[in-house]
Design a protein. Sequence first.
Length: 559
Amino acid sequence: MFKNHPIGLYTLALTNTCERFGHYTMLAVFTLFLQVKFGLTASYTATILGVFLGVVYFTPLLGGIIADKWWGYRKTIKIGIFIMFSGYFLLAFCIKFLSQDVLYVVFLALLTISIGIGFFKGNLQVLVGNLYDASEQQNQRDNAFSIYYMALNIGTLFAPTVAEKITNFVLVKSGLFYNAKIPALTHQFLDGTIDIQGKAELIKLAAMQQIGITDLTSFSRFYISKLSESYDYVFWMACLIHIALMLIYLFFRKTYEPVDCHPQQLIFNSEKKTEVLPTQQQIKERIIALIQVYFIVIFFWMSFDQNWLTLTFFARDYTAQLVTGLNRIEFDVISLSLIALAIYSLFGIFQCKGKRVKWVPVGILMVSITLIFIKYYCIPPAIKIYPELFQQFNPFFVIALTPVFVYLFCYLAKKKKEPSAPCKIGIGMMIASLGYIILAIGSVGLATPIELKSLGGVSNQLVSPNWLIVTYLTLTAAELLLSPIGISLVSKIAPPQYKGMMMGGWFVSTAIGGYLVSLIGYLWNNMQLWKVWGILVICCLISALYTFSIMKRLEKISK
């Protein structure tokens, strides 16, 4: 899996790992932050998140055009890193010190972050694709993007835990503990909209804190202030990681410099090597094919990015907040890391040829299993879980399942039975629909969010965390069939002079899907939950059917 790849792949992958760690550390608490600090409704929060996700993934089109026409890839990426740093700095510094209640500061910070990501993300993936333009590297392209995708999810895996640890540290230091009901109840109390039942619940929860404040007004303001402050420190972490990101990108630049040239130079090099460049008609066909792929993945990202909105709401309001037994391992990031290490060492045993060499992965496997057992018995019998922790399951499953998928497709390729990239995308959309079918089953009989308002928005009927975990497992399997494969397909068939723009087009489809996340958020309050998930099931199935209807045409162009 890791053999015969250029060193530049690992430099670019590590760069993206750091960027994703910072981004998802911020995103892990972002919707919670909006509702805590500003008391926003689910619909308003959904609008802000949807617009942000839309702009974040639309700007790579702009960044790609700029790189194609003027600056080239490396310079555009470097400027993007600096702009991202500025955006996170604005979010952390200005919200904490310059403005306590003005929401436009958040909007300005989000816009700055979006522009930085637009300059950075798509062009970085173009550099990865350029590493594999040589004929001897072409068959490694899909594998390379799987490794690249796995690496960025290593950063994503640790982001929720870091966010939770920072949040919890600040609260405990202030004599407080987190309870999902308190933020909504405190805002209702301060707004004068709380009912008798909600006020009684708030009095009980306030008495359990370790600060000795009995006045509800003072307690509500203090709790909101400290919880908001804890989220500010999370934003500072996202800001600081971009310093390390810039150092890695600049220090190891020699590993990717050979493919870091202006797009016009790529065309000149192809002509010099007497390679056959696509005709105008072929360019038109490729662009049309890519637009069809973009349309397909819109509905996947609409479903997948619910992770940051309705799935977070479901984790906070409908999922058990205490776990026991084997479930404790699932919420310990060290245990998850050891499990992933054990999986990779197991694959290493089968891939090693020499008997002596095999002892290395065998030893790693034994040590990993031993540490997992030790860690299991060191975890308290019951642990409290925070809603942001559920966001670690997607990156964990990406890391754990990547070698499984790579091995599976390598095996099928040897048998000449590997499905084409368009076929993988269609299968991925079907699997995504299965993920929301599972969650719909687990949501049957649950009250609507509007019915829970008097209880602080949290249901008395809490379901097992395993419903969400299995949903994340299924969505991740779909993601691995769709996202890295789709990115690889774009880098393969995009015309040389439009590579940056075409990779930006991939993110435009992600942007549209991200904005459509908010449409599901608008349905959250009044619609039964199983119906909300059912809408996503239908969208994914329609997209899958469309993929299979145009599959032969896509396969012909991608050959």
